[in-house]
Design a protein around this ligand. Sequence first.
Ligand code: KG4
Ligand code: ZN
Length: 335
Amino acid sequence: MSEDMIVLGIETSCDETAAACVRGGTQVLSSVVSSQVDLHSEYGGVVPEIASREHGERMIPVVARAMVEAGLDGSNIDAVAATVGPGLIGALLVGVSTAKALALTWDVPFVAVNHLEAHLYASFLEDPHLEFPLVVLLVSGGHTMLVLMEGHGRYRILGETLDDAAGEAFDKVARYLGLGYPGGPAIDRLSMSGDPEAIRFPRSMLDEGLEFSFSGLKTSVVNYVRKHPDVSTEDVAASFQAAVVDVLVHKVRRAAREHGAKAAAIGGGVAANSLLREQFLGACADDGLAGFVPSRSMCTDNAAMIASAGWYEFQRVGAAEMSTGATPNLRIRTL
Ligand code: KG4
Ligand code: ZN
């Protein structure tokens, strides 16, 4: 087993069809993401049936493009890794089946990757020397959690959301404000011209442990706008975003302090948020923590992080059985 093995990664857990070739877990040779966002936006969210069909249409062209961009053919691929969960079952099955078929054809190992663990690996992809113990704030459309990484593959979940995920809160508030789907990027953009202190929205559970709760905040936004129909949408967006980011940054600091972390990182789609990136790095600098923020394209769903996590998985655990299926509710493997 060679350290510089090339892994083809495949990601189809939600609404991005993605493939990437990564050498040695960190050297990205190609990363292709075909987003279906325009197809789903008219419905205000991801429609699972449409997602599965589109993955089926796009999968092979996306893999072919990733291979061509990397200048590789099947004989250069040492393993094929795919997201096996969590995600939409019909969507996952397209990537898992494609990965197994390619692994069988090329006679190389099939590696099963957990999508959430892959979001953690987006940081290692860009900074392989991050020090353990590392606290990662994982904030996506479906998940919000604080994870303590004690080593590769060694995770402890320190806290999770009790209701909505942070990305879900962005999407729901954006939908209410008529900003379309996905909501995060729209709120991020609009907030640039709003006043984050215009409205003091609640910071739920700020001083209570490491859990999160965002559904009350969403209700506060709705109630406020109903009572003040002439309020500036920019101010609402900026004030809502400030409330979410305040809580996220406060808790990641607390987690790092309580668990003696040397470094902290963020991952998942919401980690693309401008205010979160700025405030997180500022907090790390104040607390003497090595803070790492992956590039925006590594925060949102992509296959380079799958190939990277697949490389670490193969070095540690090895190949998956060909009978490994797609698991919609897959959890992070904790200690
Ligand atoms: O990780 P991801 O691409 O897919 C999941 O695994 O869920 O995350 C998607 C989520 C969506 O809720 C989207 O609104 C949010 O990430 N998001 C953002 C930004 N970009 C994407 N939220 C806030 N600010 C952004 N710039
Ligand atoms: Zn994701």
